[in-house]
Design a protein around this ligand. Structure first.
Ligand SMILES: Cc1cc2nc3c(=O)[nH]c(=O)nc-3n(C[C@H](O)[C@H](O)[C@H](O)COP(=O)(O)O)c2cc1C
Length: 163
């Protein structure tokens, strides 16, 4: 079985989670390949996919939504696990599914076998100046909130669901 792990990122946090997922799948004996959505990977060459997007302004990355739209038929016909990476996931009260995930799935033929929203990071030196001002105005907590053990555990959990 071959699994495509594809991600969309602005500041790198989602990529770092996708790397953990691909490593964990390989460790468990599954063939898995990592691709940035910017390179337009084709799910057709794979049996299943784990797809992930950073969250911006309560939405999945536009590049992610465009890619998923272009490959909707292939993604809809395969087992797919979906994860998001957000600042608010660090807050237990907001750690469940993102609003953006709900609206994305409502418009997509993808019926994920699993969905998870993971905490990412909000690191000012990785964010363009104009957006820093916005984040400060929104009083967004700053820091690295990633829990890579939780990401690895999720990868192990979803692996059998991708068959
Ligand atoms: C302009 C901007 C808007 C953001 N909007 C949200 C948001 O609406 N909800 C949220 O939980 N996090 C929000 N975040 C935090 C990101 O989701 C977080 O930094 C995440 O780790 C980004 O992933 P990436 O590094 O893969 O792009 C925002 C960050 C930026 C820079």
């Amino acid at each position: 079985m071959s699994v495509l792990v594809a991600y969309a990122t602005h500041s790198g946090a989602t990529r770092s989670l996708a790397e953990v997922i691909v490593d964990e799948l390989i460790l468990a004996g599954t063939e898995a390949v990592l691709h940035d959505i910017a390179a337009d990977p084709d799910p057709v060459g794979h049996d299943a996919a784990v797809i992930g997007s950073g969250i911006r302004m309560d939405a999945l990355e536009k590049s992610f939504q465009d890619w998923a739209g272009r490959h909707a038929a292939a993604l809809g016909a395969r087992p797919v696990a979906l994860f998001t990476c957000s600042g608010s996931a660090a807050n237990p009260a907001k750690a469940e599914r993102q609003k953006g995930t709900e609206s994305f799935l409502a418009r997509s033929p993808i019926r994920p076998v699993a969905v998870r929203n993971f905490p990412g990071w909000v690191l000012m030196d990785r964010i363009p100046l104009a957006e820093r001002t916005l984040l400060r105005a929104m009083r967004t907590p700053i820091g690295d909130f990633r829990d890579l053990d939780a990401v690895a555990a999720w990868a192990r959990e979803v692996r059998p669901l991708l068959r």
